[in-house]
Structure formats: structure tokens, C-alpha cells
Design a protein around this ligand. Structure first.
Ligand code: F6P
Length: 318
């Protein structure tokens, strides 16, 4: 099953599990819409032919949901009945396999989906340079990443952004404006600012109203810091400033080769862990190797942006 937000590479993981199991003549059921499918007995056999052609496709052929069966006793009862009826011997939860564009899961160096999101951000920043340069504007690009700045930092560095703002380091608006003014004085009247959706202004220079703050940082649904930041930049620099919020575009489309390969390797590892009865573990990338880590290590806390990467992003500011 695939649960939680979708991301590029889910189908590659599904395909890998189905293909690997088929090689052992083990039957696999695909459960639709995360845990909900197991409660509602909404599933189908994931034969080899059911996964033909899905490798390059975004999203998930199984569908997904954020349904949590633990919230209601009746759901658990039905889930167990369906489990027994199908005589399931194990469950691969892609979710339990680290997938997210945010790359914020502990225990793994990278999640799949992240590399695709970074290439989408990079491409967008490349494209935005044209209008920024032609119109002498500041372009603010708001990217996803939930509470971490992985996408902003990687996408910003790869796209050559002039300012990169991440949740791990609250930003001072005066410093952002100084950087943009310095660029203008040096003859570079255009700039690209990449801001992560959960980046916060530093408490010393808070410029958001309480209402703005509540709207932007709503739990579970972030978004809007780009607009507020752009207004502030325009006010303090006088440079015409525009905003692009990349939103769900970052989660869509065909996975990059890196994500296809990572998802495939995770899928195979998940199958092998099930076959060996290694329950409660997650397939993870450590260096170049796929390893298994206890789920507890994976859900401990957020994997925040690496400081070394942040310093690289800082070095190229303005
Ligand atoms: O976790 C992936 C992600 O795209 C985050 O970057 C974003 O904050 C969130 O999901 C959006 O979630 P939803 O699909 O619930 O709007």
C-alpha cells in the first residue's frame, strides 16, 4: 500500500515489489488508498502484468490517503478480518519505505521523490532567470519541504538562487534587502529568492501580522510566505518583486532516474525483509548501500537540513 502524500517514484517501488515477488512465485495484493483499502477490502492482485509500464509514471497506481485506522476501533476490527481473509503474511507500506519529496526522514540519507522535486525547482529557477533579468525584477520562488529546507537548499543551489531561506535558520528581512540592494548597486538589478514554505522571519524583525502568520503556518497546510516576503522586499528595496509558488508541481510527473533506481532498490529490500520476517524495519540508503533500520530510528524526529549544505547555500547568497 501507499499512504500519505504522493511523490514521484511510488510506482517504481510498487513495480519492484511485484516483480521481485513474482520471481519467487509469491502472490502480492495491491491495497488501494492506504490503510483505508485494508479496512474496506479494496484490493487487487499485483501480478507482473498489472505493473507493466508504470515505472516512469508519477503518482501511485494504488491511490493514497491519510486515513489512520488506529483512530477508530471498528476500523481495526475490519482491517484484521480482511487481513485474515486474504491470509496475508506481511505488509509493505510505502511510507514505511521512505518516500517524500521533503527528504526529512531520519535513518536514510535520501528519500525517493526528493531528487525529482529538486530538478523541478532547478528547472523553474532557470526559467525564472529570464524574466527576472529582462525586467530587472526580484523573483521570489516558494517551494515545499514542510518543516525542513532540503528542497529549498538543493533547488536553490542548483538553480543559482541569490538568496535561499530555510526553516532551520530564521531570516532577517533587513539582511535579505541588504543583499538585494548590494546586487543592484553592483549592476545586477535582478535577483532570485528561494524561500521554503516553513521559513520564518527572525523574531527580532518579525514583519508578519498575527493573521498572516496563522494563515501561512497552519499545521499540516503551509503556504503563503512567498507573497508576504515579496511585499516586504518591494517595500524595503523599491525593486519590482513577483512571486511564483511552485506547489504541487513539485510532486508531479515522471521520476528522475535517481528516484526510479532508489525506489526500485527500496522495493526489493522491503520484499526481502518481509521474506525474512524482519518486521518493523525500513529500507534506507546509507552512503551507497541499501540497509534496514528499525522504524523507531526513522520516526524519531525530523531530519533537518545538513549544516554543511546550508553553508554552501549561504556562500552563494548575493
Ligand atoms: O510532504 C510532502 C508535502 O508536499 C509537503 O512538502 C507539503 O507541505 C505537504 O506535503 C502538502 O500536503 P497536502 O498534500 O496534504 O496538501
Amino acid at each position: 500500500m501507499t499512504g500519505g502524500g504522493d511523490c514521484p517514484g511510488l510506482n517504481a517501488a510498487i513495480r519492484a515489489i511485484a516483480r521481485r515477488a513474482a520471481a519467487d512465485s509469491v502472490a502480492v495484493l495491491g491495497i488501494r488508498n492506504g490503510w483505508l483499502g485494508l479496512v474496506e477490502n479494496d484490493c487487487f492482485e499485483l501480478t507482473r502484468s498489472a505493473v507493466v509500464g508504470i515505472l516512469p509514471r508519477g503518482g501511485t497506481i494504488l491511490g493514497t490517503s491519510r486515513f489512520n485506522p488506529l483512530k477508530d476501533e471498528q476500523s481495526i476490527v475490519r482491517l484484521k478480518e480482511n487481513w485474515a481473509m486474504h491470509q496475508l503474511s506481511g505488509l509493505a507500506v510505502v511510507g514505511g519505505i521512505p518516500k517524500t519529496i521533503d527528504n526529512d526522514i531520519c535513518g536514510t540519507d535520501f528519500t525517493f521523490g526528493f531528487d525529482t522535486a529538486v530538478s523541478i525547482v532547478t528547472d523553474a529557477v532557470d526559467r525564472l532567470h529570464s524574466t527576472a533579468e529582462s525586467h530587472h525584477r526580484v523573483m521570489v520562488v516558494e517551494v515545499m519541504g514542510r518543516h525542513t529546507g532540503w528542497i529549498a537548499a538543493y533547488g536553490g543551489i542548483a538553480g543559482g538562487a541569490d538568496v535561499i531561506l530555510v526553516p532551520e535558520h530564521p531570516f532577517r528581512i533587513s539582511r535579505v534587502c541588504d543583499l538585494l540592494n548590494t546586487r543592484r548597486e553592483d549592476g545586477r538589478a535582478f535577483s532570485i529568492v528561494v524561500v521554503a514554505e516553513d521559513a520564518h522571519p527572525h523574531g527580532d524583525e518579525a514583519f508578519l501580522t498575527e493573521a498572516q502568520s496563522n494563515a501561512i503556518y497552519q499545521h499540516g497546510h503551509l503556504g503563503g510566505i512567498g507573497e508576504a516576503l515579496a511585499a516586504e522586499i518591494e517595500k524595503c528595496t523599491g525593486i519590482q518583486t513577483r512571486v511564483t509558488k511552485l506547489g504541487y508541481v513539485q510532486r508531479g510527473g515522471s521520476p528522475t532516474p535517481f528516484d526510479r533506481i532508489l525506489a526500485t532498490r527500496f522495493g526489493i529490500k522491503a520484499y526481502e525483509m518481509i521474506r525474512e520476517g524482519r518486521w518493523g524495519h525500513m529500507a534506507a540508503l546509507r552512503g551507497t548501500k541499501i540497509v534496514m533500520v528499525p522504524l523507531d530510528d526513522a520516526v524519531c524526529d525530523l531530519k533537518r537540513l545538513d549544516e554543511e549544505i546550508y553553508r554552501v547555500a549561504e556562500m552563494f547568497s548575493a
